[in-house]
Design a protein around this ligand. Structure first.
Ligand SMILES: Nc1ncnc2c1ncn2[C@@H]1O[C@H](COP(=O)(O)OP(=O)(O)OP(=O)(O)O)[C@@H](O)[C@H]1O
Length: 331
């Protein structure tokens, strides 16, 4: 850390960035480690109440990006602006707006949940009744009020993660940064973490969320940046990303009876773009499969096909990632 000056630190006169109203503006961010370019020109923005996902496989550059966003390490090039202020390792003010929840747990196992929060709250300069009130609010937010008096070493992995998130929330940041918060937690805790993020976002908090789980990005994120090899390959809402790569919905009907007549009948239906038939199966390319499927099933039955199975498949971010990078998201 701090082995060289950041671009931001080298320019003490400029403390404010572009005033766009966005909570976070990242422009042209680059960072090398020796010969390796870990982050290679990353740009994105996050507005109030918006959850932005950085979705990419291990080693894509997510942690390095958020380490620069949080001012933990300097950027070689580019700027990070938080609530209108330029971020850098030596800048204190913009850090007050950020709550960083690192991948690794940063809690004291011997202390209870309440004691951990109280300790970290004091470190952040919160005292007295304010601290007590805020700790109670945060315990509620992370769903640990009932377990507040238990030593955190007895918690499940997911509860420890939630406590870790709580620590990042104590000072009421306007931007919460979560680095793969559900890795290694059980499904129930995972769901509870996702619900906490949804609740915070609903209250207007901007969230930067890194993950290599496409289901999480699809569920939580208003916009998603697909990151690979240190570069954002594409950005948009889930629907925009899927459209960008020409993804189409498919419905597969299996059965017996007059399959050929069913194929003919379905070819004339409004949302059906293509029908391929063999003796027992129809493969349809359709727009908005979930809303079209009822009419399609009725149409096929009316034409004399007796259905034994109906299967809908929709393109997901996994297929978008594959399309953009030629690689699978998961290894
Ligand atoms: N301090 C460091 N020194 C040398 N190389 C590093 C350092 N930190 C990260 N890297 C390398 O930079 C690249 C990007 O790593 P980064 O941790 O940002 O990826 P990531 O997308 O967060 O993946 P992961 O989920 O595995 O953390 C990787 O090739 C990694 O090995």
């Amino acid at each position: 850390m701090g082995e060289h000056m950041s671009v931001q630190d080298a320019q003490p006169a400029a403390t404010s960035g572009p005033d766009t109203g966005d909570v976070l503006v990242v422009e042209g961010l680059r960072r090398r480690f020796g010969d390796l370019v870990a982050v290679d020109g990353v740009d994105f923005r996050i507005g109030h109440g918006e959850t932005y996902g950085l979705l990419g496989p291990n080693g894509a550059g997510k942690t390095t990006t958020i380490s620069m966003v949080a001012g933990l390490i300097p950027a070689d090039e580019g700027t990070v602006t938080v609530a209108g202020q330029l971020m850098g390792p030596r800048r204190v003010d913009p850090k007050r707006h950020i709550g960083l929840v690192p991948q690794d747990l940063a809690i004291y196992p011997e202390l209870t949940a309440r004691e951990n929060l109280t300790f970290f709250g004091k470190l952040q300069g919160i005292t007295g009744a304010d601290l007590k009130g805020r700790v109670a609010e945060v315990l509620e937010l992370i769903g640990l009020t009932d377990r507040a008096k238990e030593a955190s070493k007895n918690f499940s992995g997911g509860m420890k993660r939630r406590l870790n998130i709580g620590i990042g929330l104590l000072h009421q940041p306007s931007l919460l940064i979560l680095d793969e918060p559900t890795v290694g937690v059980d499904p129930q805790s995972r769901n509870s973490i996702l619900e906490s993020v949804e609740a915070l976002s609903g209250e207007g908090m901007a969230v930067l969320y890194t993950t290599h789980y496409m289901e999480e990005a699809e569920r939580l994120c208003d916009r998603i940046g697909i990151i690979d090899s240190g570069t954002i390959q594409a950005e948009g809402t889930r629907e925009e990303l899927i459209r960008l790569t020409g993804g189409v919905d498919q419905i597969r009907l299996s059965g017996s009876g007059d399959v050929a007549a069913a194929a003919e009948a379905l070819r004339g239906m409004p949302k059906v773009e293509q029908v391929d038939a063999d003796r027992h199966t129809l493969r349809l390319t359709v727009r908005e499969a979930p809303t079209a499927v009822a009419d399609i099933v009725t149409g096929a039955s009316a034409a004399g096909m007796s259905l034994s199975d109906v299967e809908i498949s929709r393109p997901n971010l996994e297929s978008v990632f594959l399309h953009l990078t030629g690689k699978a998201l998961r290894d």
